[in-house]
Design a protein around this ligand. Structure first.
Ligand code: DC
Length: 223
């Protein structure tokens, strides 16, 4: 499928940096709209876990790309939640491990890895309405969707949020890597609506997005 081509179903794109509140907002928004939820970061994390399990050095791009090409990656929905299986293994419990946090930006910067993941996301969007979170959803994966949001928060707030989750996650380093990579960097899509979540609750952010979706003509089925 060419970039920009998509199914007749609706896609709401939520992009933003690490710890901007994307996941909580996206999940709640999907629930309110009655749409399925897809976390693209979780796919990159699952792949990273798989590569680490295989003992492959994440700096060896060709080996990583080859291993990802050879892996069977399956995305499915369980209770409207995304489950990712790699070679029939569900790495769901390990996606936030320190070693995955440390390596995921490196793995996700490999162009062939991105091609494979983008293809998976587009396949997954066939036949269902979807809210997707990530870094390049509005800019690259679904550039034609009319429903694009970029959620952000101040660096201090984002660092505090990660610390409160008890995670060791070098978000400043990841942000830099994710924003400066040559392929599909984290950018604000030109037609995205920017929302600063620093001083907003999840509910306030979701209400704001739903208000804008109503203005844009997407009528929520169960909001
Ligand atoms: O959203 P997250 O922090 O779980 O994402 C983990 C990493 O995956 C992030 O540092 C960069 C990568 N990623 C990406 O490159 N493109 C996406 N659409 C989503 C995530």
């Amino acid at each position: 499928m060419q970039s920009g081509q998509q199914s007749s179903h609706r896609v709401v794109a939520i992009d933003g940096p690490a710890a901007s509140g994307k996941s909580s907002v996206t999940r709640e928004l999907a629930r309110r709209l009655g749409f399925a939820y897809l976390n693209s970061g979780a796919i990159y994390r699952a792949i990273t876990w798989h590569i680490l399990q295989k003992g492959i050095d994440v700096g060896e791009s060709d080996r990583v790309a080859h291993a990802v090409e050879s892996a069977q990656i399956t995305c499915c929905l369980r209770d409207n939640e995304l489950c990712i299986f790699i070679d029939n293994v569900d790495p769901g419990d390990y996606l936030r491990d320190d070693r995955v946090n440390e390596s995921v930006s490196r793995v996700s910067s490999i162009p062939r890895v991105r091609e494979i993941v983008v293809e998976k996301m587009r396949e997954h969007a066939q036949g269902r309405d979807l809210v997707i979170e990530g870094r390049d959803i509005g800019s690259v994966v679904f550039p034609d969707t009319a429903y694009k949001f970029y959620v952000d928060a101040s660096p201090e707030v984002r660092l505090r949020r990660r610390a409160a989750q008890g995670q060791r996650d070098e978000i400043t380093m990841r942000d830099h890597a994710d924003s400066s990579r040559p392929v599909s960097p984290l950018v604000v899509a030109k037609d995205a609506c920017i929302i600063d979540t620093s001083h907003l609750t999840i509910e306030q952010v979701v209400n704001e997005i739903i208000g804008r979706l109503e203005q844009n003509g997407l009528l929520p089925s169960a909001a």
